[in-house]
Write a protein that binds this ligand. Structure first.
Ligand SMILES: C[S@@+](CC[C@H](N)C(=O)[O-])C[C@H]1O[C@@H](n2cnc3c(N)ncnc32)[C@H](O)[C@@H]1O
Length: 233
């Protein structure tokens, strides 16, 4: 399943959806999103002329921190947000907390790059820039240590539901719960363990984050959305 198809599955559940994408690059996903209004944030887009992106959009040419500090419109929260900017755990965590602040109660938040394919892909930025040239083209992708968001959300954001879609297990799909979930999984990460985690720890913990079919995730999300509607909040 293509990335934009999966995102559009959630976009289609909203009336007049507002979409945010952090990290637009060439606009490959952004241009395919079927939302009434789209906002993209990227410091250095890989395009000059943005007319190929279609209609009803705005691109903010700046880092996400600056966007959320200076440019984001308060009072027009997003329905669907896709976080795919700088692939460090620190930046992605900050993007995630900012996105939580500027999305509706029943919003859907998707984070990319939570599934590194090998140990080089999973390195934090400072090590990756040193190691990658030495690997002589063997390793091309870079997810960074964004996989740590799984541990952080699972343990420290109990009001957030998180699911990994079998159709695209590089993503985690999140939404806000009306009540916190119990920490039911077999571990609760300690902060120092999260900080130190590298690819072996990702592999060892992978079974705790099993992927499930997209339609079952959509059904669970709709249930949560009905709870929000009933709560009146
Ligand atoms: C993997 S690409 C995004 C791909 C795009 N989302 C898609 O699906 O086609 C990552 C993008 O994040 C951008 N980026 C890096 N640091 C950023 C930051 N602090 N804020 C926003 N975007 C950032 C990069 O310049 C790059 O364009």
């Amino acid at each position: 399943m293509r990335r934009h198809e999966l995102i559009n599955r959630f976009v289609s559940l909203f009336d007049q959806p507002r979409y945010l994408e952090v990290g637009v690059e060439e606009g490959l996903t952004f241009k395919e999103i079927e939302a009434d209004w789209r906002i993209g944030v990227v410091p250095h887009p890989h395009f000059e002329d943005d007319s190929f992106l279609g209609e009803n959009f705005q691109i903010f040419r700046m880092p996400s921190d600056q966007y959320f500090a200076d440019a984001v419109e308060i009072g027009l929260p997003f329905d669907v947000a896709f976080i795919d900017g700088l692939h460090t755990a620190e930046q992605t965590l900050r993007d995630f907390t900012n996105v939580l602040n500027f999305t509706k109660n029943d919003a859907v938040i998707l984070i990319d790059d939570i599934r590194p394919a090998n140990w080089v892909e999973a390195l934090p930025l400072d090590l990756w820039v040193k190691v990658r040239p030495l690997a002589e083209g063997t390793y091309t992708g870079w997810t960074g240590d964004v996989f740590k968001l799984l541990y952080l959300i699972e343990t420290f954001f109990p009001s957030i539901e998180l699911r990994i879609p079998a159709e695209d297990p590089n993503l985690v799909i999140c939404w806000k719960r009306t009540k916190s979930r119990p920490l039911a999984k077999p571990f609760a990460a300690r902060l120092e363990e999260v900080a130190a985690a590298q690819y072996p720890q990702f592999l060892l913990s992978k079974a705790n984050f099993a992927a499930t079919g997209l339609e079952s995730i959509v059904a669970d999300y709709r249930q949560s959305r009905a709870e929000w509607a009933a709560s009146g909040r």
